[in-house]
Write a protein that binds this ligand. Structure first.
Ligand SMILES: NC(=O)c1ccc[n+]([C@@H]2O[C@H](COP(=O)([O-])OP(=O)(O)OC[C@H]3O[C@@H](n4cnc5c(N)ncnc54)[C@H](OP(=O)(O)O)[C@@H]3O)[C@@H](O)[C@H]2O)c1
Length: 259
């Protein structure tokens, strides 16, 4: 099977490359100007521009669409850009996939939910409360065929991008205060496990909505405590903070049901 991964230098994409199933012939996309260090065909794609012309020479059976503005802060600062890249560009990619009969697997997020009605099943209605959630939900609505895969908070380190665990360990190492929401509840999932499931959905050409999440729920403070235990850290300066103090609206409880 030939599979295109959009945003091949991103965090989730890195985990997809580590879990590449046998027999998959990879293609990738990178933003113009980014370093191409890959041994498979990589094309230049800027999601701010029309998608189809960039994909002119691409011939694949499936697309895993990871490319996005994934930062909540950037989405709040640049809402139009977020809607363009996460929403409109996904719609253009969905049209391209429909025309080429390529199976589209769109990565979405638990943050499309409002946080007031957890736990959420895949067919529950999104009602996002911030720009990131709204833009990702716009992308979901554009996927008429194919799969919408909602990822919970991902836990796992990669050489590419700092995530929650890196941020936490860096602050702990430097003996800095670590502010953590005690009232934000998530169902975190190891990123490698999520990547394997994404491959499963892709290779089986599964359609519909899927939730990839862990069985257990944690608030951020509990997650911080679990990380201290896992990494044997002592005297870490965990500071409980309420979501009411968050600069960006964040849903308070987005536990995902796994079916
Ligand atoms: N990480 C999580 O905890 C998490 C949780 C739930 C859902 N998700 C979803 O999973 C997907 C992947 O997330 P991630 O954490 O891997 O994000 P990421 O590391 O930020 O990767 C995003 C990718 O999109 C690319 N990109 C950004 N703007 C672009 C543009 N204008 N044109 C073309 N490419 C562009 C980036 O390229 P550059 O790096 O070159 O800028 C990067 O390759 C996203 O859809 C996100 O919403 C992630």
């Amino acid at each position: 099977m030939r599979v295109l991964i959009s945003g091949v230098n991103g965090y989730v994409a890195w985990h997809l490359l580590q879990t590449l199933p046998a027999g998959v012939e990879l293609w990738g996309t990178l933003r113009p100007g980014r370093k191409n260090q890959y041994r498979f065909p990589v094309i230049s794609l800027d999601l701010q521009k029309e998608v189809a012309p960039a994909l002119r020479d691409v011939d694949v059976d499936a697309v895993i669409h990871t490319a996005a503005i994934s930062s909540l802060a950037q989405c709040e600062q640049e809402p139009q850009k977020a809607m363009r890249i996460n929403g409109e560009a996904t719609a253009e990619l969905a049209d391209w996939c429909a025309e080429k009969k390529a199976h589209l697997v769109y990565l979405s997020t638990d943050i499309v939910f409002d946080g007031e009605h957890a736990p959420y099943a895949p067919d529950d209605s999104p009602a996002p409360i911030n720009v990131y959630g709204k833009s990702k939900y716009a992308g979901e609505r554009a996927v008429r065929e194919g799969a919408v895969v909602r990822l919970a908070l991902l836990l796992g380190r990669s050489p590419h991008k700092k995530n929650f665990v890196d941020w936490f360990l860096e602050r702990a190492e430097n003996n800095l205060d670590i502010p953590l929401f005690y009232d934000e509840v998530r169902t975190p999932v190891p990123t490698m496990a999520a990547a394997r499931k994404i491959w499963e959905i892709t290779l089986a050409r599964k359609k519909g909505r899927f939730h990839l999440a862990g069985k257990n729920s944690y608030n951020r403070l509990e997650l911080g405590q679990a990380l201290c235990a896992e990494y044997g850290l002592r005297d870490v300066r965990l500071k409980p903070v309420s979501l009411k103090k968050a600069a960006i609206p964040r849903p308070r409880d987005v536990r995902l049901k796994i079916l």
